[in-house]
Design a protein around this ligand. Structure first.
Ligand SMILES: Nc1ncnc2c1ncn2[C@@H]1O[C@H](COP(=O)(O)OP(=O)(O)O)[C@@H](O)[C@H]1O
Ligand SMILES: [Mg+2]
Length: 238
């Protein structure tokens, strides 16, 4: 069955970067099972900016975690570029996350002892990119997110919006194909949120990175190529 699905995905011609096929995720808790996602079937097309919109608790983070191979589905299959993520070893998954995916969260989680430049260098250091290349790419990214003049500043000398821009630059360090953004404007005021939204749109195009962005903010969904709505773990019909 799984093999047949893979063949279909390849023969289809279009190129989804991520495919969810009848994906269900249930968390077992002391209070009983929590059905976070139910029968999700969804293709994220390569190059698109797709917003996942839904209220708190609807399953957005769970969906992104599955796309980012941070968790497994209870049933169904998640494919990344035709590869069933459940078939990868832990090592292969780690490599995939490091080289092909970038993550941006509501809290930017920068290393507080490091400058903006060195925060952006970190994922490249983990990927064993030579030092000079790390610096060149980090400077290029700081320019892209309009923070070239803040490269030596540690996070506590940056505003929330600036920290999020550093976090976005860090997520792009290893030129990922897929950027997973989980409520990236959730901690920002409206005006700053708008600059982050515009930045993600711009990077989607200039860096040729597919963006999968979870949000309850409709302005963010507005700039996306497409948005899908999730309520109580189920995709709503458009
Ligand atoms: N690790 C977990 N254990 C138990 N329940 C969880 C866990 N993660 C998420 N949930 C539950 O799954 C549902 C979806 O959560 P989540 O994906 O975080 O939603 P959203 O990101 O849309 O707010 C919620 O009911 C949440 O409480
Ligand atoms: Mg969430």
């Amino acid at each position: 069955m799984i093999c047949a699905q893979r063949v279909v995905l390849v023969l289809n011609g279009s190129s989804p970067i991520v495919s969810f096929v009848d994906v269900t995720k249930t968390f077992e808790t002391q209070e009983g099972p929590v059905h976070a996602l139910e029968n999700i079937t969804l293709d994220v097309q390569s190059g698109e900016y797709l917003a996942i919109v839904g209220p708190s608790g609807s399953g957005k983070t769970t969906l992104l975690n599955l796309a980012g191979s941070l968790d497994y589905p209870s049933s169904g299959t998640v494919f990344f570029r035709g590869q069933n993520l459940a078939e990868l070893s832990r090592r292969e998954m780690a490599a995939l996350r490091r080289h092909e995916m970038g993550f941006v969260f509501q809290t930017w989680n920068l290393v507080k002892e490091l400058s903006a430049l060195d925060n952006i260098r970190l994922p490249m250091a983990f990927a064993r990119v030579p030092k000079q290349e790390q610096i060149t790419r980090a400077v290029e990214l700081l320019e892209l997110v309009d923070l070239a003049d803040r490269k030596d500043h540690p996070p506590d000398q940056l505003s929330g919006g600036q920290q999020q821009r550093v976090a976005i630059a860090r997520a792009l360090a290893n030129k990922p194909r897929l950027l997973l953004a989980d409520e990236p404007t959730g901690n920002l005021d409206e005006e700053t949120a708008q600059t982050i939204i515009n930045l993600l749109r711009q990077l989607n195009q200039t860096e040729n990175v597919t963006v999968l962005c979870a949000t309850h903010d409709l302005t963010l969904a507005d700039v996306a190529d497409r948005s899908v709505r999730i309520v109580e773990g189920r995709l709503q019909k458009e």
